[in-house]
Design a protein around this ligand. Structure first.
Ligand code: ATR
Length: 284
């Protein structure tokens, strides 16, 4: 497909902070492919019209981000089995006249997670604590469960977590004593909430909670990259993984689905880091 001109995009609301256009443009260039990748703001109420306009404008594929990942399930023609199981779509690919929904948050997180286990060398605790109950949490939970972890989900609104993960899921409130009890036996902590994005000094952990060095801490927030949670984890000497690693892992899997070409993750990371630095400089 060297002569094809790829037409790609991401839809979400808000979308201005997205690093995906930089990441995917860099991947296209590194692969020697022609094409474009736009960021398109689509409000929730306009999502069905937005998707039909993507359909008629002959996009090869597009990413779906906050807050549309769950609603997208009902708007595609077919679902890949992982997207169906997870209940969320983050990648859409056109196949003939059909739109097919995938979830590369699950596959991307899984690849990252396999690497983490290697970094940690051995797994002493098999409990993973996930903060949040939105689309990103669904992907993290699916990925962790498929790797044999016992997952505890802490959410500000516990009922939402029960709705998302079922009555049998281990759901706790985001309060200090329950979170501390879960963390004391956890080998992994994953933040999928948006806390830390608007107010960089905020941590999703309740005040006074202690993390010990046995916990590998992953924060999916990438803007800013250095979050209060990751600073806390580094002070506690925990291994850490930032949101850019996650963003690149899912982006590489989407790129591969659309183009059939393995993405150059180094080129993607350099492009994302450059945009992130320029944005922070402009904001300060
Ligand atoms: P995504 O699809 O990216 O996961 P989302 O569906 O909007 O995004 O989910 C955001 C998550 O962040 C939710 O778990 C939300 O908690 P609620 O279910 O209680 O709304 C969590 N969240 C957002 N702001 C928060 C805050 N200030 N404190 C704690 N949790 C917060």
């Amino acid at each position: 497909m060297r002569h094809h001109r790829y037409k790609l995009a991401v839809i979400g609301d808000p979308i201005g902070h997205s690093l995906s256009p930089q990441i995917h443009s860099a991947a296209l260039q590194a692969a020697g492919l022609r094409g474009s990748y736009e960021a398109i703001r689509v409000e929730s109420a306009a999502l069905p019209e937005g998707v039909s306009s993507m359909r008629s404008s002959s996009y090869d594929g597009f990413n779906v981000t906050i807050p549309h990942k769950e609603a997208m399930i009902g708007l595609v023609d077919r679902l890949d089995s992982l997207a169906a199981e997870t209940g969320a779509v983050n990648t859409v690919k056109r196949v003939g006249r059909s739109l097919v929904g995938y979830n590369t948050d699950v596959t991307g997180f899984g690849r990252l997670f396999d690497r983490l286990v290697l970094i940690a060398e051995r797994r002493v605790r098999d409990v993973a604590l996930v903060l949040g109950a939105g689309g990103a949490a669904r992907a993290a939970v699916a990925s962790l469960r498929s790797r044999g972890w016992t997952v505890v989900i802490a959410n500000r609104t516990p009922e939402r977590a029960v709705r998302a993960f079922g009555q049998d899921a281990r759901v706790i409130a985001l309060d200090a004593s329950q979170v501390q009890a879960a963390l004391d036996v956890a080998g992994v902590l994953v933040n999928t909430t948006s806390v830390g994005m608007d107010e960089p000094a905020d941590s999703p952990l309740p005040r006074g909670v202690h993390i010990d060095s046995q916990v590998t801490v992953c924060d999916l927030v990438y803007s800013p990259l250095d979050t209060a949670l990751l600073r806390h984890a580094r002070r506690a000497r925990c291994p850490t993984v930032d949101g850019l690693e996650f963003l690149i892992a899912q982006a590489a899997d989407s790129f591969n689905l659309w183009t059939g070409v393995l993405a150059d993750e180094g080129a993607m990371r350099r492009a994302a880091a450059l945009k992130n630095t320029m944005t922070s400089a402009a904001a300060s």
